[in-house]
Design a protein around this ligand. Sequence first.
Ligand code: NI
Length: 246
Amino acid sequence: MRHVFAALPFLFTAFAALAAPPVLDFTEISRSEGRSAGCAITFDDGPGEHTGRLLDALADKRVHATFFVLGRHVRSHPDLIRRMVAEGHEVENHSFDHPDMRKLDEAARQKEIAETESLLTALGAKPRFFRPPYGAYDPRVVEDARQNGLEVVLWSHDSEDWRYHTVATLEGNILPPSSHGAHGIFLFHDIHDSTIAAMPSVLDELKDKGCRFVTVAEWVDGAGPLPDTTPPRQAGAKSWRSLLRW
Ligand code: NI
């Protein structure tokens, strides 16, 4: 009998893993899905004092980005959220106050997501994704997001722009070294002046490397044709949807 009880925690974990909705972890997805040349440029933690200048640069480059914003900053800069929506960017939920969601009780977790959600919808945004602060989540966080109608989404390329403060180091960290072609979900932060300053050049370089700029929703939905330079898909290759965690 004793060994049955010993197995219970494992069985519960296994069941929770099966029951919970999937997480879009692009580290795994984009590594396995080499055929896609889609590049989704994402900005976390804003909007902030530099975001308007970033929107100017994105308009100039005709790139639609995906913003994972904090509720407390949305409250301070509602005009910037309206502008993002009006200019065709995606605006998504990154919590209200940037906590480690795993350390909160259920009421606090729901408050973080739902308060941000109501602010955003009041401003015309229609969030579809939740990106947990620090990329830190567990099955409860995934379920909380789902209850708000949101999928948990991470990234595949971390620019580490909080660490790299020049265009050259930023590019060095995110651009693929070979001609393989850049693709995936790129993580930046629009709260850093140096990131905004580097973006025009970074976008040009990514485009030269074969990037076709899409939003996260477009990437997930697989919209748009692929460039001729990508190799044909191998027979029997797994769909990236089959690689979803949980
Ligand atoms: Ni963040």
